[in-house]
Design a protein. Structure first.
Length: 365
């Protein structure tokens, strides 16, 4: 049984021994596991389960009751005005260090001292699991940052350390995640991902190193879904192609280029086409290079002409498919193509002009 399943079984055991619905959060108040919930649930618990983490305002509220300092069970009163139910907080401590919290909903005061005494053994096992996971994360977070850095010596040391600990496969896929509207991404809930996935913050972005043969896109989508509630403006996610572990920094460049290639959603390096050029530099600098005076004239003209040019070039100059995609008659398409040439000066029968215009529309539009 893997450690995550073992923790889930322990949470279910605590729920059975106490008769109370239970959730387990780590020290960052990210949801680790949850027992079944029937009638007894409030909005705080419901949002925690749906978002896989506590709301920052709830974190601040519970911190005010002293959960970080508690060494034993702490009862937190309910609040009828907000609908918050009373609950027990059981600090999950290992060798004097708090690694998480077990939360037991108990609005009717049915959980007695003898119930809490019964869960000591389960609580110790949960603490051991969380401590092991936290210590591994503390050790690997630094190493992942070094693995993705531009310094060859740092990368070599990181590879050696991670491989020595059995945490790095010969080939990996790298994922970059960032909010569309800027700002820090926040902590990725590693409990939702396969244990072999390594994560770290690189600047404001979240980085995941996914061992093959795990599917990088699937892992990226799962991580982004867990973060989405914190970023209503959406998340941009880039997924690299498979790279050797020692070349993970190249994978980070690929993932970063994919992330910067558009708005919200997951984009894969292997499907970027010309947008791979974003790996070479800042998008604004690339736009400056590909936008000549002809392209600028077209972009300043009727947006309908820009859309027609992009569609026509994306479809390899097929008049039939372009007319169908634009929902116009083919003669209307020909009329627009002549206007594009007249406005811009691009000769759409010349392969070099087609390439120049297509790059301008893709990288500079």
């Amino acid at each position: 049984m893997n450690p995550t399943d073992q923790v889930q079984d322990l949470v279910d055991t605590v729920a059975e021994l106490t008769g109370a619905p239970v959730t387990l959060e780590d020290r960052d108040l990210l949801l680790v596991a949850s027992s079944g919930h029937e009638e007894v649930i409030d909005d705080v618990r419901r949002r925690s389960i749906l978002r896989r983490r506590s709301d920052p305002r709830v974190q601040e509220l519970f911190a005010g009751f002293g959960i970080a300092r508690a060494t034993g069970p702490l009862r937190i009163p309910g609040d009828g005005a907000s609908g918050r139910l009373a609950r027990w907080c059981l600090p999950v401590r290992w060798r004097g260090v708090t690694y998480g919290y077990l939360w037991l909903l108990d609005p009717h005061e049915r959980v007695r001292a003898e119930h809490l005494d019964r869960v000591h053994d389960a609580l110790d096992l949960v603490a051991a699991h969380l401590a092991t996971r936290a210590r591994t994360a503390d050790r690997t977070t630094w190493a992942v940052g070094e693995l993705l850095s531009t310094d060859a010596g740092s990368r070599a040391r990181a590879v050696e350390e991670l491989q020595r600990d059995g945490l790095l496969t010969p080939a990996v896929t790298v994922v970059a995640i960032a909010p569309v509207d800027g700002g820090p991404t926040g902590a990725v809930n590693g409990w939702l991902l396969p244990r072999a996935v390594l994560s770290a913050a690189v600047g404001h972005r979240a980085a995941l190193v996914v061992p093959t043969p795990l599917a990088g896109r699937v892992v990226a989508e799962r991580a982004a879904a867990a973060l989405l509630s914190q970023h209503p403006g959406g998340l941009a996610v880039g997924v690299s192609g498979p790279v050797a572990a020692g070349s993970a920094h190249t994978g980070w460049q690929q993932a970063d280029a994919a992330l910067r290639s558009g708005g919200p959603g997951v984009r894969e390096w292997e499907r970027l086409g010309a947008l791979r050029l974003h790996a070479l530099g800042d998008p604004a600098a690339l736009a400056e290079v590909v936008l000549d005076e002809r392209a600028r004239r077209l972009l300043a003209a009727d947006p309908e002409l820009v859309l027609t040019a992009r569609t026509y070039l994306d479809l390899a100059g097929s008049a039939q498919r372009s007319a169908e995609a634009l929902s116009i008659h083919r003669q209307t398409l020909y009329h627009r193509l002549r206007r594009i040439t007249a406005v811009s000066g691009f000769d759409l029968d010349d392969g070099r002009d087609r390439l120049a215009l297509h790059l301008a529309l893709v990288l500079g539009g």
